[in-house]
Write a protein that binds this ligand. Structure first.
Ligand code: ZN
Length: 132
C-alpha cells in the first residue's frame, strides 16, 4: 500500500479526463464507468493505487532494479522512443495489479497495457514491489 494518504474522487481526471492518479493531489480520479465492468473498474483502481505506491514508496534505486529485471533501457516515464511501450511507470502499475491479486500477469483478466513479463521474473518483481 502507499506510504501516505490517498483520496479517491468521483470526478474525472483533471488532466485529460478518464481515470488517473495525480500525486500532487494525492488523489485517484475515477468518475465515469465508461461501460466498464466491475472487474475492469477494480483492476483499474488497483492500477492507479500502483501509481501511488510508485510515487510514495519507490526510490530511484528500486526503479533501476525494476527496470533492470525487465531489461528496460529508458527513463521511468520516458515516451516510447527508446522502445519502452508502455513506459516503465505504467509497467510497474500493471505489475502491481498482478502482485495485488497474487496471480501471474498473464492470468489478470483485465489488463490495461500490452505488458507481459517473463513468468520467471514475476516473483522478483512482486518481491521488489512488496519490499517498500
Ligand atoms: Zn497508469
Amino acid at each position: 500500500m502507499p506510504h501516505g494518504p490517498i483520496t479517491i474522487s468521483a470526478k474525472d481526471c483533471r488532466i485529460g479526463g478518464g481515470t488517473c492518479y495525480i500525486h500532487a493531489d494525492r488523489t485517484i480520479y475515477m468518475a465515469e464507468d465508461y461501460g466498464f465492468s466491475a472487474t475492469q473498474r477494480r483492476s483499474l483502481l488497483i492500477h492507479e493505487i500502483g501509481h501511488a505506491v510508485d510515487l510514495y514508496n519507490m526510490t530511484p534505486a528500486k526503479r533501476r532494479q525494476f527496470r533492470g529485471l525487465l531489461e528496460l533501457y529508458c527513463g521511468w516515464t520516458d515516451d516510447s522512443w527508446r522502445g519502452c511501450d508502455p513506459v516503465p511507470a505504467e509497467q510497474f502499475a500493471e505489475q502491481y495489479v498482478a502482485c495485488a491479486y497474487g496471480i501471474p500477469r498473464a492470468s489478470v483478466a483485465e489488463r490495461w497495457y500490452d505488458y507481459l513479463p517473463l513468468p520467471s521474473l514475476e516473483p522478483a518483481l512482486c518481491a521488489l514491489i512488496r519490499s517498500n
